[in-house]
Design a protein around this ligand. Structure first.
Ligand code: TYC
Length: 137
């Protein structure tokens, strides 16, 4: 038996199967190539309705406090990954330090996930236990 334990974190996007359909899907015109077998088309244009599938839900990246990550490193992460000014990075870092958590940013799902992955990689490389969670905004 291995002496090492591997922790696998799986973040599940909240259920989005019953997203409401848009009330007025915008018709999109597609140029349809109808070939006569000799590389020519008759110029036909067909109208179809394209339903917008992008998830409009926004998610908070919530930074979590710990006792070991330095304040400077947290500010560096906020400035570089979350585009904060140094004043705003200081404010968010102190909010986390004093209250346990704070919002680093609000993004669509894929962006939030990518930010958390990048934060986790930076923290790991610097050997800090800094972590962040994702919450529905
Ligand atoms: N509590 C840490 C310290 O005193 C600073 C810190 C702030 C750590 C914010 C993590 O998300 C964090 N060095």
């Amino acid at each position: 038996m291995s002496a090492f334990r591997r922790t696998v974190t799986v973040r599940l996007k909240p259920d989005t199967t019953d997203l409401p359909l848009l009330a007025n899907p915008r018709p999109t015109r597609y140029a349809v190539s109808v070939s006569n077998g000799q590389g020519e088309t008759d110029g036909a244009v067909k109208e179809r309705v394209k339903v917008e599938k992008k998830d409009p839900t926004l998610y908070k990246v919530v930074l979590l406090n710990d006792d070991y990550t330095t304040m400077e490193f947290v500010m560096h992460v906020l400035e570089t990954l979350f585009q904060k000014s140094s004043a705003e990075a200081y404010r968010v870092m102190m909010q986390v330090h004093l209250n346990g958590s704070g919002i680093a940013g609000v993004y669509p799902w894929e962006v939030a996930e990518t930010k958390v992955d990048a934060l986790t990689s930076l923290a790991r490389a610097a050997e800090y236990p800094l972590r962040a969670a994702i919450e529905e905004a």
